[in-house]
Design a protein around this ligand. Structure first.
Ligand SMILES: [Zn+2]
Length: 137
């Protein structure tokens, strides 16, 4: 996979961004051929978006450039979980989107693909920041 970053986050070094993207792509086993990570000035309250083009095996995530470092990393993880959901065909682009073949009609916080993205985002973040360690005895 090739990925490239366009735009610059305000509060995070690009080196840290690369570490976070590398980490999540490996952990999630992403198989898209190309990924673009775009930092842009999103409206207040919006953290990010994910988009996917199956034919080109291309994904794009857009992340607000103004977030704190922690929020930026968590948003990268969150949006990459959505890329993973698209990549595996669980989530499908459209109006409405389809999740496991069914239209997504629930309010935002009740959407299963969002609940999965939030829980995996936290899981990845804890691993990335070494908050959690697993010990095998
Ligand atoms: Zn989401």
């Amino acid at each position: 996979m090739i990925y490239y970053v366009t735009g610059t986050p305000v509060n995070v070094t690009l080196g840290r961004v690369y570490e976070a993207v590398d980490f999540a792509c490996n952990a999630l086993g992403l198989t898209v051929e190309t990924l673009e990570v775009v930092f842009s000035p999103l409206p207040t309250g919006a953290c990010g978006y994910a988009d996917y083009e199956e034919e080109e095996s291309h994904a794009e995530i857009e992340v607000s450039r103004d977030l704190s470092e922690n929020e930026t990393i968590r948003t990268i993880f969150h949006e990459l979980v959505h890329v993973c959901q698209y990549d595996r065909g669980w989530l499908q682009v459209g109006y409405p989107q389809l999740w496991n073949g069914k239209p997504v009609n629930d309010i935002y916080s009740h959407r299963e693909h969002e609940q999965e993205a939030y829980s995996l985002e936290l899981f990845l973040y804890e691993d990335f920041t070494n908050v959690r360690r697993q010990v095998f005895l």
